[in-house]
Design a protein around this ligand. Structure first.
Ligand code: HEM
Length: 474
């Protein structure tokens, strides 16, 4: 039942269960209605496990992002979504030192050093996975193919060579999310006391153990090499696995634990990266008049700066296209979801009750005409045009998180991988533009069919695309 008189969107029929069921299919409509009626205030929508209080104004979003974890908890929400205590292991779910480390290690200034590896792996992964013949064309399922390419590129940074090129390892990363999906659903509806038994019955840790099989021997080998050669003559690899091994000396150094933490980053970075790329690519297909300007920009940038950070930085139209695609539909209609741990008062007078969820209404914000003029028009160069007119490039950059742009969350838990993945995705799109022609295959439908389910906006994961090589390869 509602635990406060904060306005309800949907309704309270059958203790809100009717709205909770409808929200699986029409959350977008509820979020739009909430934004129209209560833009400056909080509204609530019933869910099956808890009511979610939505805020939309920059003022209230700021209050949420600034709240401490013991008040509004990112972790309690993540635990609900991932059942990490059972799927990853209790110590990983309880201690997030590896997330804090990534914020520093993947900062904007440090990502530059990782780019040569990113570009090297990108070339390799395209040849291996997309594998377009020198002449003729090939039809691929876009989502699955690029998920595999991105898993390989991300893992070059996560675990380095040679493991990132081990087909069995990359398969276990690809399947990680699917491997925990069913256990997560079952566990999330079980009472806490029964979860340890159910977790064993449904093999909740099977997916993480599949990753451990590859990672633990590499960790052991690296530790042994360091012991044998001494820290001076042993040149350590520069990857996330090694950063975790080094940091683990101050935390828990069990190799299985370290492996679990690496797999948790795979969890945070696989589908989250492939879904935006798919959405962006389909937006480009549907707005093909932008292909040539983006190609010209990429050609010029690579000619002037090569495959470097500056080269990618010079692609401001591409950056703008990404940002607009994620604003227009994106992949998630809500952001900054937190569990209320103890009652907290917002400045609009709302008392958030313990046990409820609170979130930012990303869909509403991203479609507000006061923030984005003519928001229902897809305008790929809206951000690059503002930069060309003298506005701040940092403010309009794809990776910038703010109360007005919520793709990455915001505040102390803002996405730690956003600088890295912006470079990766721009590199991948620039590589496609410069090396391939692409179209919807003869007889296939346009992949514009998409799914709005709960608060997720999922692009068509089965869409097929025909690729062939362009004549002048860069
Ligand atoms: C386009 C792809 C990605 C999107 C859209 C995305 C989005 C997000 C979002 C919305 C959050 C939660 C922020 C909040 O609630 O305030 C988050 C957190 C996080 N992301 Fe990403 N992410 C992406 C890629 C990545 C990658 C590639 C990595 C790692 C290499 C990564 C690592 C993380 C980590 C570690 C956190 C937790 C940060 C913390 O709690 O301090 N993400 N991401």
């Amino acid at each position: 039942r509602p635990r406060s008189d904060v306005p309800i969107v949907g309704g309270r029929l059958l203790c809100g269960y009717v709205t909770a069921a409808k929200a699986i299919f029409i959350s977008k409509r509820y979020l739009e209605e909430g934004y129209q009626k209560y833009k400056e205030r909080t509204f609530q929508i019933p869910g099956f496990l808890a009511w979610t209080y939505y805020v939309s104004s920059a003022k209230l979003i700021t209050e949420i992002r600034k709240a401490h974890d013991d008040e509004l908890s990112f972790w309690a929400d993540l635990e609900q979504a991932q059942q990490g205590r059972y799927t990853l292991g209790p110590s990983i779910a309880e201690d997030d030192w590896h997330f804090a480390l990534l914020h520093k290690a993947l900062s904007s200034s440090r990502v530059e050093n990782l780019l040569p590896d990113v570009f090297d792996e990108l070339e390799f992964a395209f040849d291996k996975v997309l594998s377009i013949p020198e002449t003729g064309a090939k039809v691929v399922k876009f989502y699955g193919t690029f998920l595999e390419i991105l898993v390989r590129i991300n893992n070059r940074i996560l675990v380095g060579l040679p493991l990132c090129r081990d087909d069995d390892y990359t398969k276990s990363c690809n399947k990680f999310v699917d491997g925990i999906a069913i256990p997560v659903i079952i566990l999330s509806v079980c009472p806490n006391w029964v979860k340890p038994i159910v977790a064993r019955m449904v093999g909740a840790q099977k997916a993480v153990k599949a990753g451990e099989r590859f990672l633990v021997p590499v960790i052991m080998e690296r530790l042994q090499l360091e012991t044998e050669r001494g820290s001076v003559s042993y040149e350590k690899p520069d990857d996330v696995l090694q950063w975790f091994v080094d940091a683990a000396a101050h935390h828990q150094s069990d190799p299985k634990e370290i492996a679990g933490r690496v797999m948790s980053i795979n969890l945070a970075s696989t589908h989250t990266s492939a879904l935006p790329l798919t959405r962006i690519f389909y937006d480009l297909l549907a707005n093909s008049q932008y292909i040539e300007p983006l190609r010209e920009e990429a050609e010029l940038a690579i000619k002037d700066y090569g495959w470097t950070k500056d080269g990618l930085k010079a692609m401001i139209k591409l950056d703008s296209f990404f940002k607009e695609s994620m604003r227009f539909k994106g992949i998630n209609m809500s952001s900054l979801t937190r569990r209320v741990m103890r009652p907290m008062q917002l400045s609009d007078g709302t008392l958030l009750p313990a046990g409820a969820n609170v979130a930012a209404n990303a869909w509403g914000v991203h479609h507000d005409p006061a923030i984005y003029p003519d928001p229902e028009t897809f305008e790929p160069f809206r951000f690059s045009t503002s930069i060309e007119q003298g506005e701040s490039a940092a403010h309009h950059a794809f990776w910038t998180a703010s109360s007005e742009y919520l793709l990455w969350g915001h505040g102390s838990h803002v996405c730690a991988g956003r600088y890295l993945i912006t470079h990766v995705l721009k590199g991948v799109m620039a590589h496609i533009l410069l090396n391939y022609d692409f179209k919807i295959p003869e007889g296939e439908k346009s992949p514009k069919k998409e799914l709005f389910i709960s608060v997720a906006a999922v692009p068509n994961m089965k869409g097929k695309i025909e690729f062939c090589r362009r004549q002048a390869k860069q």
